[in-house]
Design a protein around this ligand. Structure first.
Ligand code: CIR
Length: 254
């Protein structure tokens, strides 16, 4: 959770066509851009140097840069998003990764969305989901093993888009998780803070250096984190939420 850099991408106007499990309204591209600016400012306040890539109108969900790539300290992986409309985002993010990394691996056979990958200090957890399949997990595991990284398979809860929709790493020994994941075997060695009921969306928060970036509108979660000693930074993500996005999806942090 200690980072110096992040890559983000300006939301496209085509975000109105972004994928969503349930239609609860169409995001406003203008409001999304303005919220996105505040999100970038929050990362910068945490001491991050943010590279902001231009909008990609041909990919409605391209603001969610976390899904087509994985950034590790020593290498990056160009993933293969499991939604057909998002597959091309992988090649689109590659040039940006090349400016930071000498080693770039590529997922070619299976499917893996970055939203299903949670990195802890000693392992990379990959949740199988509607977007990430067994072949993708095995390919990622095999390719990363040759570089000394341990990859473990976990389950994304039924009906949940991504593994990290429901959890995040707060520090080396603490996880924030919904009731669906709080007792997951993969977190047995961690202290787990459960997101208060009714605020499950807030599980998709991000620890960035000295603070935790949390979506606006989840006061119980923010209070719980503050009581636990974390510095909380609130950002508006209501537009992103209309297309199933949250704080973690909108940046690649490394
Ligand atoms: C999608 O369904 O792919 C986008 N509308 C939302 C992606 C959110 N990404 C993430 O949680 N990592």
């Amino acid at each position: 959770y200690q980072f110096t850099n992040a890559i983000c991408r300006v939301p496209a106007h085509s975000i109105i066509d972004g994928l969503r499990a349930e239609d609860t309204g169409t995001p406003s591209p203008d409001q999304f851009r303005s919220d996105h600016g505040l999100y970038i400012a929050a990362l910068e306040k945490a001491g991050i140097e943010v590279e902001v890539l231009p909008a990609l109108e041909e990919f409605p969900d391209s603001v969610f840069v976390e899904d087509p790539a994985l950034c590790l300290p020593d290498l990056a992986v160009v993933l293969r998003p499991g939604a057909e409309s998002r597959e091309g985002e992988a090649q689109a993010i590659r040039p940006a990764l090349e400016t930071y990394y000498d080693t770039i691996l590529t997922i070619e056979d299976g499917f893996v969305d970055g939203g299903d990958i949670l990195m802890t200090d000693d392992s990379i957890l990959v949740g199988l989901s509607a977007r990430t399949n067994q072949a993708g997990f095995e390919e990622l595991k095999g390719k990363l093993a040759t570089h000394g990284h341990k990859v473990e398979k976990v389950d994304t809860p039924e009906g949940v888009l991504h593994f990290k929709t429901d959890c995040s790493l707060l520090d080396s020994s603490t996880i924030l998780a919904t009731y669906r994941l709080k007792d997951a075997a993969c977190f047995s060695g961690f202290k787990v803070l459960e997101v208060p009921r009714g605020e499950e969306t807030a599980a998709n928060s991000i620890r960035v250096n000295d603070r935790v970036i949390v979506s606006q509108g989840f006061p119980k979660t923010a209070q719980m984190l503050e009581d636990a000693g974390y510095r909380v930074e609130i950002v508006p993500t209501q537009q992103a939420a209309l297309v199933d996005g949250g704080p973690s999806c909108m940046s690649l942090r490394f």
